[in-house]
Design a protein around this ligand. Structure first.
Ligand SMILES: CC(C)(COP(=O)(O)OP(=O)(O)OC[C@H]1O[C@@H](n2cnc3c(N)ncnc32)[C@H](O)[C@@H]1OP(=O)(O)O)[C@@H](O)C(=O)NCCC(=O)NCCS
Length: 161
């Protein structure tokens, strides 16, 4: 199923659709540009081949500008990663990406969704809060930065039913 987002962004409306193996290079590039430890093409290929992993891409015109990845185990899922290209952030695109992704998880029988977010990641925290996630726990000094700094993680959850 394809979700069309109304909007007048340059390049046309944004579309959220299932990703395929052919998207692996672009998704790896987007991931590498968004996170400290980027996932390689091979990691995306593996995830895109697994039945329990759900991957959506966010496309504008012919360009893929974001993605969401989660892993399903019985009636629970964990959002492993979500990102929007830096050039397209701040326009609310991630919300529709996340909500569409959650809708597909619900369609797969998922009732509870978990995720981890770095405590200082305000855009991500606002995104998750607005999408109905609540803080379920906190892990001190969970993320190791390249420098000495260690950052805390919040565990968030949302029930889908
Ligand atoms: C998190 C991310 C997906 C959000 O995508 P986006 O399309 O830019 O999201 P939005 O435009 O909907 O903005 C999300 C919220 O953050 C707010 N925000 C944006 N930049 C901000 C900043 N620098 N400081 C604080 N809040 C900020 C927005 O105002 C919005 O909140 P609101 O809905 O209450 O107004 C995107 O920033 C990203 O890809 N980050 C890098 C990867 C990442 O950290 N992913 C999450 C891992 S847990």
């Amino acid at each position: 199923m394809i979700a069309w987002l109304s909007g007048l962004w340059s390049g046309g409306a944004a579309v959220i659709e299932p990703a395929s193996l052919r998207d692996a290079p672009k998704l790896a590039q987007l991931h590498g540009a968004s996170f400290h430890r980027g996932w390689g093409e091979g990691e995306f290929e593996t995830m895109l081949s697994e039945r329990n992993t759900l991957v959506h891409r966010l496309r504008m015109g012919r360009k893929t500008i974001g993605f969401a990845v989660s892993r399903i185990a019985a009636d629970e899922a964990e959002i492993l990663s979500i990102a929007v290209a830096a050039s397209h952030r701040g326009s609310g695109l991630s919300r529709n990406l996340l909500l569409t992704h959650l809708g597909h998880l619900a369609g797969r029988g998922v009732r509870t969704v978990f995720l981890e977010v770095e405590e200082n990641n305000q855009p991500a925290r606002r995104l998750y809060h607005r999408a109905g996630f609540t803080v379920a726990g906190r892990r001190e000094r969970y993320y190791q930065q390249s420098g000495a700094e260690q950052l805390n993680a919040l565990l968030m959850r949302r029930d889908l039913s």
